[in-house]
Design a protein around this ligand. Sequence first.
Ligand SMILES: C[S@@+](CC[C@H](N)C(=O)[O-])C[C@H]1O[C@@H](n2cnc3c(N)ncnc32)[C@H](O)[C@@H]1O
Length: 291
Amino acid sequence: MTAAREFRSLLFDPADTNTCRLVSGAADGFPNAMLDRYGDRLLAQWYAQPNPALREAFAAGKLVERSMEKQPTGETALPESRFEIVENGLKFLISLDAGYSTGLFLDQRENRRRLLASDLRNKTVLNTFAYTCAFSVAAARAGAIVTSLDLSKRYLDWGRDNFRLNDINPDAHDFIYGDCFDWLARLAKKGRSYDMVLLDPPTFSTVKKGRAFSAEKDYAKLVALAEPLVKAGGTLFCSTNARSLSPQRFMEAVQRGAPRVRRMKFATQPFDFRVASGEKPYLKTVWAELD
Ligand SMILES: C[S@@+](CC[C@H](N)C(=O)[O-])C[C@H]1O[C@@H](n2cnc3c(N)ncnc32)[C@H](O)[C@@H]1O
């Protein structure tokens, strides 16, 4: 545990980033368990059984524990218990009792850093599957006018709060509540286009009766819906956690969906999401430049 903690403390300046994965399963000596730091709070999650060694190591800390197999679902109101963390110098609201996720996917930190470091002044960004708008906040801070699209009103409200927390006026940006698959087609029909489009769908999504999305089978179709919305010379970001897709098959799907792709840069999960020998990293992301 000390080794896991010390390794991370070398990586992060707490004034700039006070959140990271502290324990990444077997790679850190705790199979089936994950421990994440959010400021001064810790979230332990496990598959199968709680890990007594992990619990013991953190008995004195502010530890919240949760099974990955029994996640609460269906909340509609914003959680009351949100608190602030800092990542890449940006602030985000977190809740450790808000259902499936905490408000921030820590494994996308380096992609948010990349947005933040880009010159997006006078550029337009469409962030689909926006969740609590963390990519949107980073892009807006880099100067972009951002449209955030999600199927959850509650998450978009959370996103507006994240904008305000960083002194960015949400009214200067767009938030669209709806189904991305409908809206991508609708925006294309209206002739809208953006300098950058971000695609980060869940691995599976059931939206309407009889229509389901599976990242493994349908990623190329999603990319094909998004491609017309990317301006000439623009950027398409694609991300998936689908373990069944290899990096190569994922990149092929992106290329198949968007023949205009001329160059791709692949990125996987950051170093604190360590991978044990014999395991494969689950996160696959691609920054694609389009003709
Ligand atoms: C994997 S999270 C996206 C994470 C986000 N890109 C980030 O980095 O914080 C998936 C999001 O997609 C939304 N979602 C799922 N199916 C959708 C659909 N068909 N249309 C729009 N949003 C959808 C969910 O509400 C959730 O916020």
